[in-house]
Each structure stands twice: as C-alpha cells, then as structure tokens.
Design a protein around this ligand. Sequence first.
Ligand SMILES: Nc1nc2c([nH]c(=O)n2[C@H]2C[C@H](O)[C@@H](COP(=O)(O)OP(=O)(O)OP(=O)(O)O)O2)c(=O)[nH]1
Length: 140
Amino acid sequence: MSLPKSKLQKIIPVSCAIIVSEDSKILATQRSSRMSLSLKWEFPGGKIEREESPERTIVREIKEELHIEISINSQLPSVTHHYENFSIILIPFICKIEHGEIKLTEHQAFRWLNPNKLLDLDWAEADIPVAQHYLQTLNK
Ligand SMILES: Nc1nc2c([nH]c(=O)n2[C@H]2C[C@H](O)[C@@H](COP(=O)(O)OP(=O)(O)OP(=O)(O)O)O2)c(=O)[nH]1
C-alpha cells in the first residue's frame, strides 16, 4: 500500500530565535502579507540551508532579517508541525542581542513582550509549543 503524495512531503528544518532583552522581554515578529502564514507572529529565523548548522542559520538569518548580531545562550526542544501544505521542524534557540538596533527587512512589525503576554499573540501554530517551552524554563 502506498501513502498519498501529500503524506510523503519532507519536513523542512527551520531555526528560530527567542531573543530576550536585558529586562526579560521577548521579541516577536509579524510575517508580512507577502509571506506565507501571512500576518502570523513568529520567532524570527528561517530555513536551514544544506550543510549549515542550526546555530549558524540562526545567526545568519537574524542578521539578514533584523540587522542585529545575536549570541546563543541555549537551545529548547524542537517542535515538528504539519501545516496543510508543508511540514517543519522548528529548532529554537534562546538568544540575546550583542550589537545593533533592529531594522526590519522582511517582517511587517515587531514587539517586545512580557512573558505573561507571550501567548496573547496570533502565533504561527508551530510556535505555540515553543513559546510554552520557553515559559516553562522561567518557572523552573
Ligand atoms: N522563521 C520562522 N519560520 C517559521 C516559524 N514558525 C513557522 O511555522 N515558520 C514557518 C514559516 C515558513 O514557512 C518557514 C520558514 O521559512 P522562512 O522564514 O525562510 O520563510 P519564507 O517566508 O522565506 O519561506 P516560504 O515559506 O515563503 O517559502 O517556517 C518561526 O517561528 N520562525
């Protein structure tokens, strides 16, 4: 028995950054109307290129998308999510800004959120467990 083609799609690896400010706020970015998952909020990041490590991807993507340099503090559990037309594995890193001021190149907005407001946004579905994992680290 063969699976329908729609079930055989590959899982796209994506790195994302939970960027935390000195006063413990978390950066969320809003996808623009030109992007897929239009107007959803996400942790900035992007697809891992072939032969690139997830860590290298996140530093590169954040430089491209936000014009800032970050450093990585730790990694959270990866989340696999199946959207209707594609599947991703989201690999989250907790990060902080080392240099620069945010200048958006692709997203349409950004917000710094207090942890108690984190779950209020209209997140891309894959990001909800990521946000929950982050909040769990604060309660430990
Ligand atoms: N960067 C990022 N992407 C996410 C998150 N959550 C989530 O479902 N995604 C999805 C959106 C995209 O389909 C894919 C990441 O690809 P990308 O950031 O390179 O997005 P893109 O718009 O350039 O790519 P595309 O989907 O239009 O081909 O993963 C997240 O928190 N961060």
